[in-house]
Design a protein around this ligand. Structure first.
Ligand code: ADP
Ligand code: MG
Length: 256
């Protein structure tokens, strides 16, 4: 796992300033939530960290190394979206294995001997199966490996998406409102599971939500964003007891 450091991240879409200089240093193993009203720039910031979008200015380091020139696939981060984007025609096991298959494929493409069998392919496949099984056990979906996504509940699907994130042993997890498609009861349950996953992996998590309660219960620190800026980043209790600014107090204190 790794530290994530953001320095002066700015983003403009045409004339619109969406991020106005984001500075944030996330410790190794820390769980940081980004909260704020819809449209404040949370998803854009996460996508920039993931390498799915480029920043207009600023720098990002992961594990102390700059990643600004690296493509998403080379940043070793796992992103989980609100829509789980599972492949409907693949089984749960195959869905979880996707990131490892992609890695296998890109390694094969780098081999000069096109058309020949990959050296150690059978061994690699066994390794992939073992890692898929381990991720599935962690998320308690090892009984569902042969099913297709259409045969799963919403909560199970979300766990498959988490399994796919887990299997690649990323430097950090980036989650963008992963619970917002679940009903209220399942949301509480899955939130507890994500918190447990964080504890057991001691992994770095950046977790986007517009739900203050969710952020409050899961996070080491909460970054409150508004209008493309971080107004305050502090431990949950601190945010509640000592909001830096009236806008923070209003957002945190407002019922959903
Ligand atoms: P949040 O996730 O906090 O709801 P977003 O990061 O999705 O906010 O969006 C922040 C702002 O940037 C919004 O005003 C949105 O309309 C704008 N925006 C996001 N993506 C694009 C894009 N590709 N082109 C133009 N504007 C965008
Ligand atoms: Mg968003």
């Amino acid at each position: 796992m790794a530290t994530v450091t953001l320095r002066g991240i700015q983003k403009n879409f045409k004339e619109t300033e969406v991020l106005r200089g984001i500075d944030l240093a996330i410790a190794d193993g820390e769980f940081v939530s980004l909260v704020g009203p819809s449209g404040c720039g949370k998803s854009t910031l996460l996508r920039i960290i993931a390498g799915l979008e480029s920043a207009s200015a600023g720098a990002i380091e992961i594990g102390g190394a700059p990643v600004d020139g690296l493509r998403a696939a080379d940043r070793n981060l796992s992103m989980v979206f609100q829509s789980y984007a599972l492949y409907p025609h693949l089984t749960v096991a195959e869905n979880i294995a996707v990131p490892l298959r992609m890695r296998q494929l890109s390694a094969a493409q780098r081999l000069p001997l096109i058309g020949r069998a990959m050296p150690g392919a059978a061994e690699q496949n066994r390794e992939i199966d073992a890692r898929v099984m381990e991720a599935a056990r962690t998320l308690e979906i090892d009984g569902l490996l042969e099913r297709k996504p259409g045969q799963l509940s919403g909560g199970q699907r979300q766990r498959v998406a988490l399994g796919r994130a887990l299997v690649r042993s990323p430097a950090a997890f980036l989650l963008d409102e992963p619970l917002s498609n679940l009903d209220a009861k399942l949301r509480v349950h899955t939130r507890t599971e994500i918190a447990e996953l964080h504890r057991s992996l001691a992994a770095t998590f950046i977790y986007v939500t517009h739900d203050q309660v969710e952020a409050m219960t899961m996070s080491d620190r909460i970054a409150v964003m508004m209008g493309g800026e971080i107004l305050q980043c502090d431990a949950p209790a601190r945010i509640y007891e000592d909001p830096a600014d009236l806008r923070v107090a209003e957002f945190i204190g407002s019922p959903r």
